[in-house]
Design a protein around this ligand. Structure first.
Ligand code: ACO
Ligand SMILES: O=CC(=O)O
Ligand code: MG
Length: 568
């Protein structure tokens, strides 16, 4: 018995029957729950600990390399293709063939690992459901562990949910979407699980627990012999993909399943990664099932990468769409790269969601989604993301009508023309204007998102758009950038420069507006003031915080028993 059962250390004798049975060197600091104990078994934790011990030094090194690259960009260097890996980019090789179970990925719905949403998403008519431990989830202990319980029930096919208020019981249809799981990024720790005295790596916990409990049932029920399937977020370099590949190999070995069973789609959602797409696919060539345009984090990453380049400031967030030259180049190059290597080139998320109480506005939102999907399918994408079940019919129609009878366009849309896309194309400065309204909107949205995140909700509807960690990051870093460089707001004829005084006034006024909009009661009960403090600090910090959620994570860590060590 290791350190994990807190009855050993903290609990009174009458609590002895509670506590997780953890292996040597593993300590669980999260609340005990009988349902969580079914996930946090000794063997599953041993598997997570084995992953952590084998890969922790490589992960630390990869994070050091990110810092080193950041230092270079901040000294004026630009990201670009790596001359040392030219042979990979120019070589003729392909990834392993796409598993039949996921050949058709025309529409993929995404959402947090919340019980009712999982059932709705699997029943939604989408081809794939990406269950999210990442951008759409606030990574509290409760959310993460409930998410694991929910996914296990989903893979077993036994998941149900009783909505007591509406007296409605949710269960799975006969035909469901194929499940992909997105663990957290490499940078996030899991403070409720200590391994050899250090917080575990968040994504190894998400991956390890899910894989351990579900690989057999998944391959039998969902994957037709393949799987489980994953989405991998926020990587910056192929060395990070290589670690994932080794994690997969170790997992396959532990499970006694064939090498190449696990498949993953990598999100290209950082600026440095767009220059590494071939290299990332190459490292994962035995486990790859494509790349995806994670457009929102990509925009965030553009600002982050160029945080020391005042000549590359972004216009208002609403103007940075997929038709900006640098965004179009990124998606075209991704399609060419994926199809050349024989895997899916997935599109991304339009931010619009259905607007229930205004049919005209709803039609306009749907039209914007259709337009975005039409651009994607015509460009050669093999599928796209939908944030809400109400968008699936429109997305499916656009993709089906424009793809003929094929499950994907891997063979039919090679996009050789995109092979000439250059570093300059990928880095071209975004065009547009900056406005006071842009600053206000960033502030209003950023604070409300963070308030939701602090209370356990990681994706929210705000002003008829989907907001999650990635979109909130854009609001944060854009404000930071405008403040840092004192930009002139020329977009609405105001002509003022952004400085701390102006921002302070904007924060005050937007907080008053939020209170009016959500109502006094909700405002008082919510965590708006705390969110405002964190958001304002991050926007005015002399040095840009790496991640909004990393910085705010401390606020959602609750160690048990309470008071033993409630914060990291
Ligand atoms: C940048 C990126 O990383 S994008 C990927 C990460 N982001 C996401 O995954 C966002 C996913 N979407 C969502 O979380 C939600 O759609 C939101 C928060 C944007 C909007 O949520 P709501 O306002 O609650 O939606 P709404 O009230 O219209 O929901 C209607 C029904 O659809 C369901 N629903 C809405 N979105 C989803 C979804 N993504 N998956 C499954 N079910 C959903 C609701 O559960 C609800 O079901 P019910 O009628 O049985 O009660
Ligand atoms: O994860 C997706 C994104 O757009 O960010
Ligand atoms: Mg993202």
């Amino acid at each position: 018995m290791g350190l994990a059962t807190y009855e050993n250390h903290y609990a009174p004798p009458n609590m002895k029957k509670f506590g997780y049975d953890a292996p040597e060197g593993v300590e669980i600091r999260g609340r005990y729950d009988g349902e969580f104990a079914v996930i946090l078994t000794k063997d599953a934790l041993q598997f997570v600990a084995d992953l952590q011990r084998e890969f922790r030094n490589r992960i630390k090194y990869a994070m050091e390399c990110r810092k080193e690259a950041k230092r270079r960009y901040s000294e004026g260097a630009l990201p670009g293709f790596d001359p040392a890996t030219r042979y990979i980019r120019e070589g003729e090789w392909t990834c392993v063939p796409v598993p039949p179970a996921v050949a058709d990925r025309k529409v993929e719905i995404t959402g947090p690992v919340e019980r009712k949403m999982i059932i709705n998403a699997l029943n939604s008519g989408a081809k794939v459901f990406m269950a999210d431990f990442e951008d759409a989830l606030s990574p509290s202990w409760e959310n993460l562990m409930r998410g694991q319980v929910n996914l296990k029930d989903a893979v077993d096919g036994t998941i149900t949910f009783h909505d007591k208020v509406r007296n409605r019981v949710y269960k799975l249809n006969n035909q469901t979407a194929k499940l992909f799981v997105r663990p957290r990024g490499w940078h996030l720790p899991e403070a409720h699980i200590l391994i050899d005295g250090e917080p575990a790596t968040g994504c190894l916990v998400d991956f390890g627990l899910y894989f351990y409990h579900n690989h057999a049932a998944f391959r039998r029920i969902q994957g037709a012999g393949f799987g489980p399937f994953f989405y991998l977020p926020k990587m910056e370099n192929s060395r990070e993909a290589k670690i994932w590949n080794c994690v997969f190999e170790k997992a396959e070995k532990m499970a006694g399943i064939e090498r190449g069973s696990i498949r993953a789609t990598v999100l290209i959602e950082t600026l440095p990664a767009v220059f590494q797409m071939n290299e990332i696919l190459y490292e994962l060539r035995d486990h790859s099932v494509g790349l995806n345009c994670g457009r929102w984090d990509y925009i965030f990453s553009y600002v982050k990468t160029f945080q020391a380049h005042p000549d590359r400031l972004l216009p208002d967030r609403v103007q940075v769409g997929m038709t900006q030259h640098f965004m179009k180049s990124y998606s075209d190059l991704l399609i060419w790269t994926c199809h050349r290597r024989g895997v899916h080139a997935m599109g991304g998320m339009a931010a619009q969601i259905p607007i229930r109480d205004d049919p005209e506005a709803n039609n306009e939102a749907l039209e914007l989604v259709r337009k975005d999907k039409l651009r994607e399918v015509r460009a050669g994408h093999d599928g796209t993301w939908a944030a809400h079940p109400g968008l699936i019919p429109a997305c499916m129609e656009v993709f089906s009508n424009n793809m003929g009878n094929t499950p994907n366009q891997i063979q039919s849309m090679k996009r050789e023309d995109a092979s000439t896309i250059t570093e300059e194309d990928l880095l071209q400065r975004p065009r547009g204007s900056r406005s006071l309204e842009g600053l206000r909107l960033n502030t209003r949205v950023g604070i409300q998102y963070l308030a939701a995140w602090l209370t356990g909700t990681g994706s929210v509807p705000l002003y008829n758009l989907m907001e999650d960690a990635a979109t909130a990051e854009i609001s944060r870093v854009q404000n930071w950038q405008w403040l840092k460089y004192g930009v002139e707001l020329d977009g609405d004829g105001v002509g003022v420069k952004v400085n701390n005084d102006l921002f302070g006034k904007v924060v005050e006024e937007e907080m008053a507006r939020i209170e009016r909009e959500v109502g006094k009661e909700k405002f008082k009960r919510g965590m708006y003031k705390e969110a405002c403090k964190i958001f304002a600090r991050q926007c005015t910090a002399p040095t840009l915080d790496e991640f909004l959620t990393l910085n705010a994570y401390d606020n959602i860590v609750i160690h048990h028993p309470m008071g033993s060590s409630s914060r990291l």
